[in-house]
Design a protein around this ligand. Structure first.
Ligand code: 2P0
Length: 324
């Protein structure tokens, strides 16, 4: 039996940076994101016959036998333990964007894998259970189970049963995004390692954690009120505070690339001229600009002017992960 699922990436407006438990992958604080339809992963999972001893991973057309396979095997082991199965699987996964470039590819990857693998192994999981499962693969993947604006809960339980994402209903803002894809190869320090080093060594980490709850509350209020100016202030503040926290780690973690500061200036000068736009930046050099759909093309043209920005794809809001 083959099960196939598609999931979109998401970009956080209130960032997740720091865990309360590394084994169960529990975030220290909640986060809030928007799902993007232009960045997606499609994954199929085929259960193999009993004689096959190992899982297989084909990623973007190439067989992987390294760390990515190990991470997928650990994830499938969780699904197998719940399903009471020992059968191995063949996982075929394709992204429509470059992996490991700070474009949150692990979010769409593990959301798609959670949906496809749970179905292939015969588990009927509801969206909350899928979010909890996806979280074990990658914290941000818990959010990609849902479409639109999404709130991740940190939870307080040691077993992680209250650390899941939920869609936010009643948001009065319609936003799309422009992704300023900076020229870069594989990113230097992955999010998991980056946030752990930050947690252990950054003198700003306690202040960062202290701010997140206020930002979550403010962002939800801004979405409910359709207040893009307030959302802009909170999202840029959360992004820059997360990067300040990482920059202050020892040794400091610099995710910005040459075009990143330039792109911040472009977004801020467009805003000063009246365009309702704001930015965020994840664990990589790419800036993501959010604005109402009517403004996206002009923003994309402005951001494309830097020689080290290769592409400026436009994304609309994405749907939740689904089979098929
Ligand atoms: C976020 N990021 O909220 C933050 C902002 C990157 C910067 O969630 O260790 O790959 O697998 O749970 O999900 C990326 O972190 O980390 C991330 P793990 P993940 O989107």
């Amino acid at each position: 039996m083959v099960s196939r699922a598609r999931a979109c990436a998401n970009i956080a407006l209130v960032k997740y940076w720091g865990k309360r438990d590394e084994v169960l992958n529990l975030p220290a604080k909640g986060s809030l994101s928007m799902t993007l339809d232009a960045l997606s992963t499609t994954t199929s999972v085929e259960i193999l016959s009993e004689g096959v001893a190992t899982d297989q991973l084909i990623l973007d057309g190439r067989e992987d036998s390294g760390k990515k396979l190990q991470r997928v095997v650990r994830f499938l082991d969780l699904v197998r333990a719940t399903a009471g199965s020992k059968a191995r699987a063949r996982v075929v996964s394709a992204n429509d964007f470059p992996t490991a470039a700070g474009l949150a590819s692990s979010a769409s990857a593990f959301a798609a894998l959670a949906v496809a693998a749970s179905n292939a192994y015969g588990l009927a999981l509801d969206p909350r259970a899928l979010s909890i499962l996806a979280r074990r693969g990658s914290g941000s993947a818990a959010r990609s189970i849902f479409g639109g604006f999404v709130r991740m809960h940190a939870g307080t339980r040691a077993d992680g049963t209250d650390a899941y994402a939920e869609p936010i209903s009643g948001a009065k803002l319609e936003l799309g995004a422009v992704i300023a894809v900076a020229r870069a190869t594989e990113k230097k320090i992955g999010s998991t390692e980056g946030m752990e080093r930050t947690r252990q060594t950054s003198p700003y980490h306690a202040a960062w954690l202290d701010q997140v709850d206020r930002d979550l509350e403010g962002a939800e209020e801004a979405l409910a009120a359709g207040d893009i100016e307030r959302l802009a202030e909170i999202a840029e503040g959360s992004c820059l505070a997360m990067h300040a926290d990482a920059l202050a780690a020892r040794p400091g973690i610099v995710y910005f690339g040459t075009p990143t500061l330039w792109a911040i200036e472009v977004v801020r000068s467009l805003r000063a001229q009246g365009t309702p736009v704001f930015f965020t930046i994840d664990a990589g050099p790419h800036l993501v600009a959010f604005a109402p759909p009517a403004h996206l093309e002009a923003i994309a043209r402005a951001l494309a002017a830097h020689p080290e920005i290769d592409r400026t794809p436009i994304s609309r809001v994405g749907a939740g992960a689904s089979l098929g």
